[in-house]
Design a protein around this ligand. Structure first.
Ligand code: MF3
Ligand code: CO
Ligand code: CO
Length: 258
């Protein structure tokens, strides 16, 4: 790897570590009765305390530091005074800007005890992301990622959201290329050593169509069924890949045993 790539990886590693550590803190407070804006406050403060910025804050006018997306919200939920109830599922998505480089990650959380079908959706979403990460290496194509996710998700009877995708990331929050979570093997551009991007599949219990609410941000499933998402920031190395946003406490997937 060239010096530039080594530097990009080391900066992204730092940003990614803060982002995943913020989600480790979220694990400690998610329970019935808290408001989604309390999660946002924790993320804002944790990220600031680590000498970094929350990239979502004021990004294209987004008003908060994180996205908190409950139940049928697909992504970009705006943290507010909404109280979480037993049985809700939520996605919390944080993006850290540290020393000029970004790290972007999200996880699902159970609010109290959740339904079997919610657990199955969440497990399938996580496994689809990890299966696609496992194939990463120099020379694979973007369609290989999408087809791995789509094939697995559809085999479980769920659907892959088309309206949002993963993205290159680095000095900018969102860069080329788009990483689609559906598609055909051996299609699309090749991934090359040194590329850094996110994989962040949004998976619906029902149909894949989404719509945006009047706040201009909140994306929901059109059919009001549940939606789940996980996100890692990853990089292609000489021989395989690196995940920059793994939990150092093993809290990558719920239920979080703490
Ligand atoms: N973190 C989201 C992503 O994974 C983007 C959020 S943009 C915001 O790409 F403005 F809603 F924060
Ligand atoms: Co992202
Ligand atoms: Co994100």
């Amino acid at each position: 790897m060239t010096d530039n790539i080594v530097e990009a990886f080391s900066k992204t590693r730092k940003a990614g570590a803060i982002a995943s550590a913020a989600l480790d803190e979220v694990v400690k407070i998610v329970k019935p009765g808290i408001a989604t804006e309390q999660i946002d406050k924790l993320c804002f403060e944790f990220i600031n305390d680590h000498g970094a910025y929350s990239a979502p804050l004021f990004y294209r006018g987004f008003p908060k530091s994180s996205c908190v997306s409950p139940n049928h919200v697909v992504c970009h939920g705006i943290p507010r005074d909404k109280i979480l109830r037993e049985g809700d599922i939520i996605n919390v998505d944080v993006t850290v800007l540290k020393d000029g480089w970004h790290g972007d990650t999200s996880r699902m959380f159970f609010v109290g005890e959740v339904s079997t079908k919610a657990k199955k959706l969440i497990k399938t979403t996580y496994e689809s992301m990890m299966k696609s990460i496992n194939i990463l290496k120099d020379g694979i194509r973007i369609g290989d990622i999408g087809s791995t996710i789509q094939g697995y998700v559809e085999s479980k009877g769920f659907s892959v959201v088309r309206d949002f995708c993963g993205h290159g990331i680095g000095k900018n929050f969102h860069e080329e290329p788009n990483i689609l979570h559906y598609g055909d093997p051996k299609t699309g551009n090749e991934l090359k050593t040194g590329m850094i991007f996110t994989i962040e599949p949004m998976i619906n219990e029902g149909k894949y169509e989404t719509k945006i609410l009047n706040d201009g941000w909140t994306a929901v499933t059109k059919d009001k069924t549940l939606s789940a998402q996980f996100e890692h920031t990853v990089g292609i190395t000489d021989k395989s890949y690196e995940i920059f946003t793994l939990s150092k406490s093993g809290l990558d997937f719920p239920p979080y045993k703490i």
